[in-house]
Design a protein around this ligand. Structure first.
Ligand code: SF4
Length: 370
C-alpha cells in the first residue's frame, strides 16, 4: 500500500486484510474505540484489520490505543492533506496479539513497588537472540555489576522491605562474580537467575552452580518451543538441545527450574506442544511462563512498552536504574545514572505512579442517571 489510498473492501478481497472497518468521522473518544474493539474481538491472533477514517485526531490516538490494547500498527497511509481534509482517508492495519494477554500468555498480579528488585548482572551473552530486549550478544560490552555494588543494593532493598531478587543479563553465568553475588543475596532474600542454561555444563561455571543454595535459588530457563525450529531460529542453531540439557542438569542438581517462553503472535500455536514437553521434563505448571515479545532492544516488533503501559519493577545496572527490565535499553525508561542508593529512585517511581493515578482519576467522571 506504499503511500496509496485504496478501497478497504477490495483490500480484504485481495487478501491484504481479514476484515475492514469504516470509522467515518468518529474520533477515539466518540465511538471509534468501541467499533475497533468489537472488530478486533472477532479476529484471531495474527489476523489483520484495515481501518479507514476521516478524523484527523485518530492519527495520534489510534496508535496509542493500539499500544495499550496490544495490537501492532503495521502500516499507515495518511491522506488527510491530499484533499484539503474533506474526504481523505488514511488506513491502518492492526495485528492482534500483544499486551492484552490472550489465553496463551501468562497473567499475574502486579508486585508492590519495592518488593521486587532486578539486577542486570552483565550485558554480554553467548547468544544473540533476535528479540533480545537487552541487545546482548557475544560482542556486547559486558558492563558487569561488581559484587560489592550488588551487595550494597541488595542490603538496602531488603532493609526497605524487599522480598524477591531476580538476576538477569545478558547471560548471568558469564559473570565470574555471579556466585559471590548469589551467595550473599540468598542469605537475605530468595533469588531467581534468568539463564539460557547453556554455559554451566562443566568447569568453573558448573562449580559455581553447584555451590548455590537449592532452597533459595531458582533458575528460570528460556525455552521458546517444543521443537528446535522456532527456538533455534531466534536463538541460534543447536541452542534448543543445549537448553533442554541445561534444564535436565539443573533439575538433577536439585534446583527448582522455571521455564519462560517468549513468543510473537504468529508463534502462539506452539504453546500446547511446549506444555507437553514441559510435562515430560517435570516442570511444574506454576513454573511455566509464556510472555509476548516486547518491542525493545533488538526486537523490531512486539508489545509496545512505556511508562504508562507497564507496571514498574526497579531494575539496576552497573550504570543506572530503570523502570523495568524489559526496557533496559530504552532511554525513556531510565530513571537514574546511579544504581544506588535505591531510596531516591523508588521515590521518583512512586511520584510518577501518583501522577498517573491522579490523571486517570481526573480523566473520567461519574455521570449519574439514577
Ligand atoms: S534473550 Fe537472553 S539468551 Fe538471548 S541474547 Fe538476550 S540475554 Fe542472551
Amino acid at each position: 500500500m506504499a503511500g496509496e489510498l485504496i478501497d478497504l473492501d477490495a483490500l480484504v478481497q485481495a487478501g491484504g486484510a481479514d476484515a475492514s472497518l469504516d470509522g467515518g468521522d468518529q474520533d477515539c473518544g466518540s465511538g471509534l474505540l468501541l467499533s475497533l474493539t468489537s472488530a478486533m474481538r472477532r479476529l484471531e491472533p495474527g489476523q489483520v484489520l484495515a481501518v479507514g477514517t476521516r478524523e484527523r485526531s485518530v492519527l495520534v490516538d489510534l496508535p496509542a490505543w493500539a499500544g495499550l490494547a496490544g495490537h501492532d500498527v503495521l502500516e499507515v497511509v495518511d491522506g488527510m492533506a491530499r484533499s484539503g481534509g474533506g474526504r481523505s482517508e488514511w488506513l491502518l492495519r492492526i495485528r492482534r496479539g500483544g499486551l492484552t494477554p490472550g489465553p496463551q500468555f501468562t497473567t499475574g498480579d502486579s508486585v508492590p513497588l519495592g518488593e521486587r528488585l532486578w539486577l542486570q548482572t552483565n550485558f554480554h551473552c553467548n547468544l544473540a537472540c533476535t528479540y533480545c530486549c537487552a541487545e546482548s550478544s557475544p560482542k556486547a560490552a559486558a558492563r558487569m555489576m561488581p559484587p560489592e555494588l550488588a551487595r550494597v543494593a541488595v542490603e538496602e532493598f531488603v532493609a526497605g522491605g524487599g522480598r524477591e531478587l531476580l538476576l538477569t543479563g545478558g547471560e548471568p553465568f558469564l559473570h565470574p562474580g555471579l556466585g559471590q553475588i548469589v551467595a550473599h543475596a540468598a542469605t537475605l532474600v530468595p533469588v531467581t537467575i534468568l539463564t539460557n542454561a547453556m554455559v554451566f555444563g562443566r568447569g568453573a561455571r558448573r562449580a559455581m552452580l553447584e555451590e548455590m543454595d537449592r532452597d533459595r535459588v531458582t533458575l528460570q530457563v528460556s525455552l521458546d518451543s517444543a521443537t528446535p525450529d522456532l527456538h533455534d531460529r531466534i536463538r541460534g542453531v543447536g541452542s534448543h538441545a543445549r537448553a533442554i540439557e541445561g534444564i535436565r542438569q539443573a533439575s538433577l542438581l536439585g534446583f527448582r527450574v522455571r521455564v519462560a517462553a517468549t513468543l510473537g503472535p504468529e508463534d502462539v500455536t506452539q504453546v500446547s506442544a511446549l506444555h507437553a514437553l514441559l510435562d515430560h521434563l517435570g516442570i511444574a505448571a506454576d513454573d511455566r511462563l509464556v510472555r509476548p515479545v516486547a518491542q525493545e532492544g533488538a526486537a523490531e516488533i512486539g508489545v509496545h512498552i512505556s511508562l504508562e503501559t507497564i507496571e514498574p519493577e526497579l531494575t539496576l545496572t552497573v550504570d543506572g536504574a530503570w523502570w523495568h527490565p524489559v526496557g533496559i535499553t530504552n532511554p525513556h525508561l531510565k530513571i537514574s545514572d546511579e544504581p544506588v542508593p535505591i531510596a531516591p529512585i523508588l521515590a521518583v517511581m512512586k511520584d510518577v505512579l501518583a501522577v498517573q493515578a491522579a490523571g486517570t482519576a481526573q480523566g473520567r467522571s461519574v455521570f449519574r442517571c439514577t
